[in-house]
Design a protein around this ligand. Structure first.
Ligand code: ATP
Ligand code: MG
Length: 219
């Protein structure tokens, strides 16, 4: 059976924007996010980030692009269970070829930023969901990517942890002037966004800006 997961998508997201992709289950949110992030390729059309057409890149080019420009936060945290918090957070820097003492120093700083200074040596199964997601946030932000992609980052958390995680992500994004593209079906989370894009059956049916006249530097 042929599924049209997305159609007629024509979208500009600006640097520094917190953009929320909202909509019911099956509306195409994850498909859109994955295509924007270069994790899935559109059958037609393209995606351009920071002047580069990522939808035309091969796997190696994409991997290099993601390493330099993108951070990912997942609903199920996706931490490596055999690595402790410090090692998980330092991993993107290891891939980037940064030496051990330097990457551990940066990871310690990031864990402090997310309030986990006392959990550096803890393994994922020794932490609560909220703590694991804060490790996930520290990992996503450690190399200061221009764009952070998050698919239901609070989907497994209670309301207190949801608030903590949302406030943390939005604070970092503002502080480092990054772009956050966030998928959710939770109306409360959409409140943190500059723009809410609502999808239905793979199409954008609505866009709402919090501050219409807010200016962004560039795409
Ligand atoms: N790999 C795939 N092959 C075929 N159809 C797919 C594939 N992935 C998703 N779909 C379909 O595309 C549509 C959009 O799926 P998507 O996962 O993007 O929805 P979603 O909005 O993220 O939903 P949820 O809130 O449940 O995560 C759905 O109808 C789904 O069944
Ligand atoms: Mg989804």
């Amino acid at each position: 059976e042929k599924v049209t997961a997305l159609k007629n998508i024509n979208l500009d997201i600006f640097a520094g924007e917190i953009c929320c992709i909202f909509g019911p289950s099956g509306s195409g949110k994850s498909t859109l996010l994955n295509q924007l992030a270069g994790l899935e390729k559109p059958t037609r059309g393209g995606v351009k980030i920071c002047g580069q057409i990522i939808s035309r890149m091969n796997e190696n080019e994409l991997a290099a692009f993601r390493q330099h420009h993108s951070g990912f936060i997942f609903q199920s945290y996706n931490l490596l269970n055999h690595l402790n918090a410090l090692e998980n957070v330092a991993l993107p820097l290891e891939f980037a070829g940064i030496e051990k003492t330097e990457r551990e120093k940066a990871a310690r700083h990031m864990l402090g930023e997310v309030g986990l200074a006392g959990r550096m040596k803890h393994y994922p199964n020794q932490m609560s969901g909220g703590q694991q997601q804060r490790v996930g946030i520290a990992r996503a932000f450690i190399n200061r990517p221009q764009v952070i992609f998050a698919d239901e980052p609070t989907g497994n958390l209670d309301s207190k942890s949801t608030k903590e995680v949302m406030e943390m992500m939005t604070r970092f994004v503002r502080e480092y002037r990054q772009t956050l593209i966030l998928v959710t079906h939770d109306q409360e989370m959409a409140a943190y966004a500059d723009r809410i894009i609502t999808l239905k059956d793979g199409e954008i049916v609505r866009q709402e800006w919090k501050e219409k006249e807010k200016e962004y530097e560039n795409e």
